[in-house]
Design a protein around this ligand. Sequence first.
Ligand code: HEC
Length: 133
Amino acid sequence: MKKIIAIFGICSLIFACTSGQKSEGTEDTSTVTAPAETTQGATATAGSLKGEQLISSSDCLTCHKVDAKIVGPSYADVAKKYPATDENIEMLASKIIAGGSGSWGEIPMAPHPAISIDDAKEMVKYILSLKTK
Ligand code: HEC
């Protein structure tokens, strides 16, 4: 019997919340949809731009620069070493996540377990696109 009362209580709470939100939400849908247009406009350049943003919002730049070696190799050197094939993108993306050493020297690359494989691939695509510079 107590359970039924509890379920009733939860139901009426949920109902009270959702019905309250609905009446508030309908009024300002026009302001909510407006920013979507600006993000759509950016999709044309999204490919490597996303990778660049991911890299600058992570810790990568403390050890890597585009055109100079710091702790890790410069991204331009990485781009020179690896052609942008699917296999290399996969391999480098998993290296960003797992870390490791041996390709450039003894100093290991820090692991980044919080980065998703898709984000890591975007980063690699950006890095490998720097070859032409
Ligand atoms: C603590 C310093 C450090 C940080 C932080 C770091 N790296 Fe590195 N990175 C290295 C070192 C050192 C190497 C060379 C590893 C080796 O010799 O295999 C490396 C190598 C790489 C390589 C080439 C891997 C290979 O096998 O040739 C890529 C790509 C790379 N880093 C991307 C990134 C990205 C993207 C981030 C940010 C998410 C990042 N790194 C953060 C130190 C770092």
